[in-house]
Ligand binder design. Structure first.
Ligand code: AOS
Ligand code: ZN
Ligand code: ZN
Length: 374
């Protein structure tokens, strides 16, 4: 099951231009209505992640109820400690204790919201870092980060979790305070079992072996979530499985291998994407389908045959087992899976034929920007 992000439905762009699309949501309720369409046509996107304050409302319980009435639930709460002027030199790692307090208070407020929405996960991504050597003390910033995380961790309820996302660079270019999975992992281990790592597939250096990271985190019981997307260059936030479907397959193979599809392992599969030039609801549907295809191929890997070849040192044989699965056309299988659930075999065609897009274009005037690219 895949969680779609509320911000994927709003207008977005690059720092050069945000292209306004017709029919985009004007408030969180309309974003949820669009997310419900993705679930209605795929049967595989039952929750939508919120972003605070982009999705701020007076009554979160009412928002959750509205989502339920449309057949979806509210998922992870994404905190935002990166868009205020106060955060120019960082949020929870800022040299100014007043700014650190403000940032930590926002994170605590997000846990209050989780209580109201019934969300399990708090997703933390920090833009904190430095641009110049010597600008601030690397170790002191880690201490400040650890203090803030510990305070928020203490506030989590018994069934709530903290997902700590890492990112190599941007917006900081010399140091990010959580640049890689090792840093995130170290903080999560120090915090305890409710702190787990979020792997955003767009947040690595080119050539990084992401499936290796996935294998290591699963082995350590610390893989909490994915932010799925595709990248050609940096944090491109393009549709998952579009730039490198083979990489997505390799990742899903490690997920399957490590038991990550078992609900008890509790890996959250989320999309973190922006659809700057393509229709947004269709973009989300396509992304869900891409994850389904990669997952189906990963499930087709003949595990006993793979193990036998590996144990025999049969390099080419083992590789062939993997490639056989990857090269299988799983689309007919997925059409069958959908039809068995009473869904249309082709979700995009069914969505296009439904008239929903024409309806929202007529109803919604003056949609909002997702928040990125402002
Ligand atoms: C930023 O680069 C990260 O990918 C964040 O996960 C995400 O885009 C943000 O939290 C959306 O709020
Ligand atoms: Zn992300
Ligand atoms: Zn990102």
């Amino acid at each position: 099951m895949i969680e779609t992000p509320s911000w994927a439905y709003g207008n977005s762009g690059t720092r050069f231009k945000v292209f306004a699309q017709r029919g985009v949501p004007r408030d969180p309720y309309e974003k949820i209505a669009d997310a419900a369409q993705v679930h209605a046509f795929t049967g595989a996107a039952p929750t939508v992640a919120l972003h605070i304050p982009w999705d701020k409302v007076d009554d979160y319980a009412a928002l959750a109820e509205y989502a339920r009435s449309l057949g979806v639930g509210l998922g992870a709460i994404n905190a935002n400690v990166f868009q205020d002027d106060d955060y120019m030199l960082g949020s929870v790692t800022n040299p100014d204790p007043g700014v650190r307090r403000k940032a930590t208070d926002h994170l605590l407020e997000c846990v209050d919201i989780m209580d109201a929405t019934g969300s399990r996960d708090l997703k933390l991504w920090f833009s904190d870092g430095t641009n110049y050597p010597g600008q601030d003390d690397i170790r002191t910033r880690q201490d400040r980060l650890a203090d803030a995380l510990a305070e928020v961790y203490e506030r989590l309820g018994q069934h709530q979790r903290m997902l700590l996302e890492y990112k190599l660079f941007e917006p900081s270019f010399y140091t990010m305070d959580v640049p890689d999975w090792g840093t995130s992992f170290a903080h999560c281990v120090a915090l305890g079992p409710k702190a787990v790592v979020c792997v955003d597939t767009g947040h690595h250096a080119p050539g990084t072996n992401i499936e290796f990271i996935v294998a290591m985190l699963l082995r350590a019981g610390k893989l909490g979530a994915f932010d799925f997307n595709s990248r050609f260059y940096a944090d491109d936030d393009l549709m998952v499985g579009s730039a490198d479907p083979f990489q997505l397959f390799r990742i899903m193979h490690e997920v399957v291998r490590g038991g990550g599809l078992d609900p008890a392992t509790a890996v959250a599969f989320m999309l973190d994407q922006c659809h700057n030039i393509e229709p947004k609801i269709q973009g989300q549907i396509r992304s869900v389908m891409n994850v389904q295809e990669a997952t189906a191929k990963a499930l087709l890997v003949d595990a006993p045959a793979l193990k036998a070849a590996q144990d025999a040192g049969d390099v080419l044989g083992a590789n062939a087992v993997l490639m056989d699965a990857y090269n299988t056309d799983v689309r007919p299988l997925l059409v069958q899976w959908r039809e068995d659930k009473g869904l249309a075999g082709d979700p995009i065609a069914a969505y296009k034929a439904s008239g929903y897009f024409e309806k929202i274009v007529a109803e919604r005037v003056g949609g909002t920007q997702a928040g990125w690219g402002a």
